[in-house]
Design a protein around this ligand. Sequence first.
Ligand SMILES: [Zn+2]
Length: 462
Amino acid sequence: MEQIHLIQELATEQVQKLHLILESNVYGKQFLQYADLIAYQIKSYDYDSVPWKDLVVGFIVTIYLWETYLDLRQHSLLKRNIIPQALAGVITKEKFAQSNAYNIDKSRFKIMYQGIYNIAQIIVAIQYDLFPICWDYADQFLKLASLPHSEILQSIVFASILISLNTVVNLPIQLYSNFVIEERHGFNKQTYGLFFSDTIKTFFLTLIIGMPVLAGFLAVIQWAGENFFFYIWLFMVAFQIFFMIIFPTFIQPLFNKYTPLEDGELKTKIDALASKLKFPLTKVYVVDGSKRSSHSNAYFYGFFNNKRIVLFDTLLQQSTHNEVIAVLAHELGHWYHNHVFRRLLVAQAHLFVLFYFFNFIVNLQSLYTSFGFSTRPIIVGFLLFQFIYSPVETLIGFFMNVLSRRDEFQADAFAKKLGHANDLKSGLIKLQIENLSNMNPDPLYSVWHHSHPPLVQRLAAL
Ligand SMILES: [Zn+2]
């Protein structure tokens, strides 16, 4: 407790210092005046007159229409079945047609069913006041179970109800994607048994990890009072670090088997690459990704001097050793250029802004009233806030994609500098062909959705 008090004092001190610095400067003074003016405008605004519910439904529909427009653009391009010039000699007509058929199938399902199903769900939930109904059920559950009445307990039951509903409602979509679409194109390797055991494991893990975090989240806000955003941000940063530690060590092994890569030519080459770059590699694992799907991948994880590399068994089956090394050289390019760390920092800054605005909106009774609540439970506030925040979130997602695509080019250039350009080219083409990824993306669709640049652009840059 004393330490928290200390942080609180430090934070106040820093804010005061910043204020003094700004006051001593002409522009700083002007900035403060504008900030005060905006704060005054915001405070004096009549929020009761804001039609919150209509606004949120409007946001949801706008984002849906925009993304469906992009889907339709992409769909019609796929149907034209044009091989991009850069791939003309590289991929056979049959393979290209096969990849297009897969992507057309996925895109048709998304436009005709998945998209409509998702937006219908959320609009029905909002229009029929499903959230206040679930909140009342949570209250009744506490009474039936003779549990003491507290906002935290009721929130836990409420969240559990929503998670259960969500899991059940999304089952048909997931089943159809895996067992019809993926199956039809030869990707699905999992049985119904594995699918349901995955779903049940994920459900219980979400509850076991999520509920203590939720309780902590609410407790911090209740404790911190008016300006909670700083403390809740610290709490979430701490939780994320904790989760990054337990995820690869305790959670992923519940779903897949990670076996150390056997000594041999590939292992020697990987070790040589790591020591050449001074990459602190401690272990190389092979994961049995083929248990679920024949899509393939490679990545690294770990803090500071304890990095591990994970290779999908599917990648090893599909590529030559030199191609695997080239793909790893690309991955290590992300490490060399600090992409992972920088992304983490951006995410934390984003989280800070998110909580700052949440702090602002959490006590607006008109928001709760418009969604059918007579009280102001914090968890409901956070849920409604996320609806309001969704346009900002969408734009941030877009900018993150822009940054990520830049990082991909930089990582490719890193591999090229190490002399792996040709192997990376053939490796990327193979991955793309084996995964039947979309090789001819619509430019607008790609700019909006893709975290990786289109293959043709990457090949051109290499
Ligand atoms: Zn990459």
